[in-house]
Design a protein around this ligand. Structure first.
Ligand code: TMP
Length: 234
């Protein structure tokens, strides 16, 4: 597969064209940002962890019936994926209160929620990714009702599959953010699933093994990514 022109550069990944117009190559960087790009840094080895972990999880989710963009891992940092048009929504599922949920609703971080919650944010850096509800999404035509139905079914399914998956390696899935893309008239899971996009706590110690270590200056950032990598036996 030939790596063609760069189509896009995001905060954590670059996307390149290939000779097949249905496929592209994502290249994971070590760059890290937080708070809508206000905080900038680099996490050594993060690109490798996020690439290989996402691929492992996407391959597993495909087997569990969650169609997604993963095609083939090309190298430590590069992966061939289906070329989708990203639905401009960040889809967040939470099992335990943390982060903005704790802040917004005054629920102490670490409180187990009675049921998993689903929330949407509009993917728009200029607006700071504001929270948005179903009727607002339909009103501004960010997605159709049919697409939202697919997205919510997939999101809860991803949660079920990943809770069990992480439990096996001693990790509690606190919450995560996923994104979807349009591909030949269907909506499929896309983007990445990594310590950048999930809150992952050690079950025994409740130690944070995710990007909150970078966001909150907790130290041990590289070590946390390496620990998740090790537990996944990658
Ligand atoms: P939040 O509590 O800050 O809203 O974050 C919820 C989840 O979404 C958490 O697992 C981190 C992830 N997330 C992203 O992947 N990208 C983002 O830009 C933000 C703010 C959160």
């Amino acid at each position: 597969m030939i790596k063609g022109e760069q189509l896009y550069e995001g905060k954590a990944k670059k996307v390149f064209a290939t000779e097949n117009e249905d496929l592209c190559i994502v290249d994971y960087k070590d760059d890290a940002t937080a708070f809508n790009g206000e905080k900038k840094g680099s996490i050594a080895g993060k690109g490798v962890v996020n690439n290989r972990m996402s691929n492992l999880l996407f391959a597993y989710l495909a087997k569990q019936g969650v169609e997604n963009h993963f095609v083939e891992e090309l190298s430590d940092r590069e992966t061939l994926v289906k070329k989708v048009s990203i639905v401009p929504l960040e889809v967040i599922i939470r099992n335990t209160a943390a982060g903005s949920f704790s802040k917004r609703f005054g629920v102490e971080e670490g409180t187990k929620l009675k049921n998993p919650t689903l929330e949407y944010c509009l993917k728009d850096d200029a607006l700071g990714d504001p929270m948005i509800n179903d009727s607002q999404i339909l009103a501004i035509e960010s997605a159709t009702q049919e697409e939202l139905d697919t997205i919510s079914v997939y999101a809860y399914k991803v949660n079920e599959v990943l809770i069990a998956f992480f439990k096996e390696i001693g990790i509690e899935l606190i919450d995560f953010k996923i994104e979807f893309g349009r591909y030949h008239g269907r909506v499929i899971l896309a983007d990445e699933i990594s310590p950048d996009t999930c809150r992952l706590w050690d079950i025994a110690t409740r130690q944070k093994l995710d990007k909150d270590r970078f966001r909150r200056d907790l130290g041990g950032v590289e070590e946390a990514y390496a620990e998740v990598f090790k537990r996944l036996k990658l």
